[in-house]
Design a protein around this ligand. Structure first.
Ligand SMILES: Nc1ncnc2c1ncn2[C@@H]1O[C@H](COP(=O)(O)OP(=O)(O)OP(=O)(O)O)[C@@H](O)[C@H]1O
Ligand SMILES: [Mg+2]
Length: 391
């Protein structure tokens, strides 16, 4: 973000938009706009803007040179992350075409690189998928199929076994996203294992073989795995980066961690949310929700397989994606059960005994799948997911 950039606030967003009125072409001239800060995000500033006369809305997001929640003196982080977010949305739009882009992605009205801010469509009536999975336990099949389809199509169109080498080189370099990648390498793949206490590790068999699997996933996340098995990835596609509504519509948001990496990364982030939600619902005493979430996980994978194969990905790479997916899934489940996933919703119970039992169930899935995934694949994960939910 350039030095003259101003941090947006509820007070300044209306004037910021009004002065860009002609570029935006969203609201009537001289419209009265009201901005409300959206709580929940940690990294950036986000606002909902409403126009009193036209009832139109938009979403404004700004990336400061630091992690928003810690303030300017806290954790520095390059605002270039917003350029990555815009560029990956553009790549996906070109891949999907107009209709599917409108189905899965927000419309971006304006990107202002000077202030590292963008204005996009506000998804009225949508909720974050993580909330839906935990709070209501509803898992619409259409949402799960949409997620698998989105990942399968975008992965196939950028798969390094299929695209020309100069394109692979471009995607590797352009989506290096080093600063953001380093954050994930540290917080997702390193700290949780190195810094957890014996109490947090209870139930986890952290053998050398297990740690070797974590190292392998770390390498694949960093794009240093098989050079013919890389895809343009959202990079943080857990259910908190997905918005859904009751009609089964599904929208992808917040790809600021986008990287060119192994296909299992995005699938694993997503399915980790499903596994944790299933365990959560089991310990909340909602077996029907567990069953529908387990079916949802299967639907994500099945839709992915179909779309990836239709997009030309060879069987052997789809099989590799399957093994990786299980690995990335249980790595994220493990990090969460170790208590290193920040403010995510999963496994949070007021009763400490219930919380402990749920974390143990999560560790059982991790132990059962991390090494055996190489033979058992997705079916092993789905079986374990169901089993750990049958208390
Ligand atoms: N287009 C949209 N329409 C409606 N709400 C949105 C939209 N995009 C994001 N949101 C809401 O705003 C929140 C913050 O947005 P986003 O996740 O992009 O910001 P962030 O600061 O990068 O968050 P995080 O800390 O999770 O990385 C989201 O969790 C979601 O609730
Ligand atoms: Mg974010």
């Amino acid at each position: 973000m350039a030095t003259e950039a101003k941090l947006l606030t509820e007070e300044t967003v209306p004037a910021y938009l009004s002065s860009r009125h002609s570029k935006l072409n969203l609201f009537p001239e001289n419209a009265t706009l009201t901005a409300t800060a959206i709580e929940g995000g940690n990294v950036n500033y986000a606002f909902l803007v409403r126009c009193s006369s036209s009832s139109r809305t938009c979403f404004v997001k700004q990336a400061p040179e630091f992690v928003a929640i810690f303030g300017p003196g806290g954790y520095p982080l390059t605002s270039a992350r917003m350029r990555v977010e815009i560029d990956v949305f553009d790549e996906w739009k070109a891949i999907l075409g107009e209709d599917l882009a409108a189905k899965y992605l927000p419309t971006i009205h304006l990107f202002d690189e000077t202030n590292m801010a963008f204005v996009m469509e506000f998804f009225e009536g949508f909720e974050l998928l993580d909330r839906v999975l935990v709070e209501s336990g509803t898992c619409w099949e259409e949402v799960s199929r949409g997620l698998g389809d989105f990942m399968g199509r975008t992965h196939a169109a950028t798969h390094s076994s299929l695209v020309p080498p100069p394109r692979t080189a471009y995607l590797t370099e352009h989506f290096e996203n080093r600063a953001m990648r380093d954050v994930q390498l540290e917080f997702v793949f390193t700290k949780a294992y190195a810094e957890s206490t014996d109490e947090q590790r209870e139930g986890l068999d952290m053998s050398p073989e297990f740690l070797a699997e974590v190292e392998l996933l770390k390498t694949q996340y960093d794009g240093r795995g098989d050079p013919l098995n890389l895809v343009l990835s959202h990079g943080d596609l857990h259910p908190g980066s997905v918005m859904v509504d009751e009609t089964g519509s599904v929208k992808i948001i917040d790809p600021e961690f986008a990287v060119y990496a192994s296909p299992g990364l995005d699938l694993g982030s997503m399915l980790s949310g499903y596994v944790l939600a299933a365990i959560h619902q089991a310990y909340a005493g909602k077996p029907q929700a567990v069953a529908s979430i387990c079916e949802g996980a299967r639907a994500v994978w099945e839709a992915y397989e179909v779309a990836a194969k239709e997009g030309g990905v060879e069987e052997k790479y789809v099989s590799r994606a399957e093994i990786e997916t299980v690995g990335f899934t249980v790595a994220e489940v493990c990090r969460t059960a170790l208590g290193h996933a920040g403010g995510r919703k999963w496994l949070q119970f007021e009763d400490p005994d219930t919380k402990k039992a749920a974390c143990k169930a999560a560790m059982r899935v991790v132990n059962a799948c991390m090494i055996k995934r190489h033979e058992g694949g997705m079916q092993l994960l789905l079986d374990q997911m169901k089993a750990c939910s049958e208390l």
